[in-house]
Design a protein around this ligand. Structure first.
Ligand code: G4P
Length: 190
């Protein structure tokens, strides 16, 4: 998606540890017009698959997921993060390790919001190691829901998540693919 790549070039900054900071339009402040177009791209690519729900994880997945849900006219469910699941009943859960933050979160979705009748589109802001996406797939599996596709705003192709998911047979669309952040430069793969 050319417009997205242009905004990344203009507004993104590279932080130590191969992190792309995009707080001006995706991770802190949100550009609704850009996110609207992101949602349209996902809806166009995944149309005709009988998707019944969009699934994401809080916080930064919510904006692109809502826009995809709006374009596809289906509900959006976001997994919540919690340090502990001791008091949670009637939920599907997965453990998600964040390499970036070096923390483990449990993510959960109330069982009433996902069922074996659902065909879900998983949306997330970043795909790096793929831990968040794997957690959402685990939750969909637990509910008996089918994963019809995975839509990612920014994939870092030099990290293994995307390759892993495609090797597993998932239909992954990444709107911007970053091949390298070396020398503080964003180099796209697509
Ligand atoms: P994953 O997203 O593929 O699971 O990889 P990883 O474990 O490395 O990511 C941990 C968190 O860091 C995730 O957000 C992910 O979206 C984010 N992340 C990974 N690489 C980058 C990057 O280059 N730039 C930015 N801005 N974020 C990155 P999270 O912990 O779920 O945070 P949030 O959604 O609450 O903001």
């Amino acid at each position: 998606m050319e417009e997205l790549k242009t905004v990344i070039k203009e507004q993104g900054t590279v932080l130590p540890g191969n992190i792309l900071k995009v707080n001006s339009f995706l991770n802190h402040q949100i550009d609704p017009e850009l996110m609207y177009k992101v949602g349209q791209e996902f809806a166009d690519y995944f149309k005709g698959l009988g998707i019944t729900k969009v699934l994401t994880v809080e916080a930064s997945g919510i904006a692109p997921a809502v826009m995809a849900g709006l374009a596809m006219k289906v509900p959006v469910v976001f997994a919540r993060k919690s340090k502990s699941l001791v008091v949670k009943n009637d939920v599907y859960t997965a453990k998600v390790y964040s390499y970036t933050k070096q923390t483990t979160n449990h993510i959960y979705i109330e069982q009433q919001f996902l069922s074996s009748d659902d065909k879900v589109l998983i949306i997330d802001d970043f795909l790096a190691n793929g831990e968040a996406t794997k957690g959402l797939i685990k939750i969909a599996d637990a509910a008996g829901a089918k994963v019809a596709g995975i839509g990612i705003v920014i994939e870092k192709t030099f990290q293994p998540g995307g390759q892993y998911l495609r090797d597993q047979g998932f239909n992954v669309l990444s709107l911007a693919q970053i091949a390298s952040l070396d020398n503080n430069q964003v180099t796209f793969a697509n």
